[in-house]
Design a protein around this ligand. Sequence first.
Ligand SMILES: [Zn+2]
Length: 79
Amino acid sequence: MNCPTGKNQYSTKLLAETSLIDVHIHRNFQPDQGPQDVYECEFCGEWHFTSKSPKRNERLQKMIDSGEMRRIQQAREWE
Ligand SMILES: [Zn+2]
């Protein structure tokens, strides 16, 4: 089912989180840029990104805190 929000849909939270991290890597976002978290949609029951979350997704936050996000982003810049 398509969602009336028009956002990309992910069937599970895990999948949405993995894609969230992927987007940060591939678009080379600063931590506060781009989508920050995922949420379960009240319309379609699937998962979407949100850019206006008061807090950052836990998995994304851990990758940023550990420096892993920057390392992966920088490794990609040299490809
Ligand atoms: Zn939806």
